[in-house]
Write a protein that binds this ligand. Structure first.
Ligand SMILES: [Fe+2]
Length: 223
């Protein structure tokens, strides 16, 4: 392997919101998720534009960018037509029910975090917003998968966790956890109202885990 060659990285994820009020709600949620707001600026022809990075420490704020902007009107028109023509659709109801039980059902993006303590704090922060915040109340669904049993010290950490302790759903791979945050404040999914962020933590020092590296030893469904 060429050690001198720097690797390519993800540059940015361009996220959109539907209305200006959704933009403020989405920006608040991104901050609660632990993303760092670098700046925001008003735009003459739409709602504000925000520039976040996944982590304040990520290359001095120049890497792993999340843009947040209002959906262009041409795209908005299509989603509005989808919503109108599929109103009451059994297929949509079936999809939503499936999504509720499996947040990974559709298109989503995952962040690999390096602190379980920070991830647990984020879960509590985001749940509080979804329960009480005037902009986000009822608009955030948080789903947790705890580490699959079998590693005593990991199992003990899970049992002691303030957020994973009573979880009964498990990741497919060992020694890792998953947190899913679904919201209608960001555009995603076929109806444009159920974007899903995933946050993964993998305990260090154990065997391969598909959440943190490519491996044929973990079931593909965990991706
Ligand atoms: Fe995933």
């Amino acid at each position: 392997m060429d050690q001198a060659r720097p690797s390519s990285t993800y540059g940015h994820l361009a996220m959109q919101y539907r209305d200006p009020a959704d933009g403020a709600a989405a920006a608040k949620l991104l901050s609660a998720l632990g993303f760092h707001e670098c700046y925001s600026m008003p735009r003459a022809d739409s709602g504000p534009f925000w520039h976040f990075v996944l982590d304040k420490a990520a290359d001095g704020g120049t890497d792993r960018i999340v843009y947040l902007m209002q959906m262009p009107s041409a795209v908005r028109a299509v989603y509005d037509e989808i919503g109108a023509k599929l109103a009451g659709s059994p297929a949509v109801a079936t999809m939503r029910a499936a999504q509720a039980s499996d947040p990974e059902l559709g298109f989503h993006a995952a962040v690999l975090v390096h602190s379980l303590d920070e991830l647990e704090a984020m879960v509590r922060r985001v749940r509080a917003l979804g329960a009480n915040d005037p902009d986000l109340k009822g608009r955030v669904r948080v789903t947790l998968n705890r580490a699959r049993p079998g590693t005593p010290e990991v199992d003990a950490r899970m049992d002691a966790s303030p957020v994973f302790g009573d979880v009964t759903q498990y990741t497919y791979g060992p020694n890792g956890v998953q947190v899913f945050v679904e919201t209608d404040a960001l555009i995603g999914g076929p109806m444009g109202d159920n974007w899903v962020f995933e946050f993964d933590y993998v305990f260090p020092g154990y065997d391969e885990n598909i959440l943190s590296r490519p491996t044929p030893r973990a079931p593909a469904r965990a991706a």
